[in-house]
Design a protein around this ligand. Structure first.
Ligand code: HEC
Length: 104
């Protein structure tokens, strides 16, 4: 939890330099795109669909990449991941990293 918090704080300064668009714009775009995800992914755990909040940005991008490169083959996620471009995945990563996981 602390690690996630520290990361969120770090990103608010670090991402200004590593991302072209400003932080809150990227996050807002991610929030908009996340509408598509929430039909399946809720904030809490569910038996078959894992929660996707609270991942660090790079970890999230790597997970999405596993569906794009065939490493993971879940049908729903492969088509979701392939419908997104790199900027969209980045924006989703920034948004979901900013959402705190619910304590179950
Ligand atoms: C049709 C339902 C559905 C939709 C819509 C969907 N997902 Fe998923 N997602 C799943 C399922 C099912 C899994 C578990 C798949 C597996 O076992 O690999 C998953 C897994 C994931 C994982 C890996 C999580 C982990 O801990 O391993 C990520 C990241 C993810 N989804 C992101 C997204 C994003 C971002 C969106 C929206 C752009 C999205 N998903 C939309 C069903 C969905």
């Amino acid at each position: 939890m602390l690690k996630i918090l520290a990361f969120v704080i770090a990103t608010s300064t670090a991402f200004q330099t590593s991302f072209a668009a400003n932080d809150s714009e990227v996050r807002d775009y991610g929030e908009y795109l996340a509408g598509e995800c929430s039909a399946c992914h809720r904030d809490g755990a569910n038996e078959t669909i894992p929660p996707i909040v609270g991942y660090e940005v790079l970890a999230f991008i790597e997970l999405m990449e596993t569906y794009r490169n065939g490493e993971r083959q879940n049908q729903a996620m492969v088509s979701v991941a392939k419908s997104l471009d790199k900027e969209q995945i980045k924006a989703l990563a920034v948004y979901f990293a900013s959402v705190k996981p619910k304590e179950n």
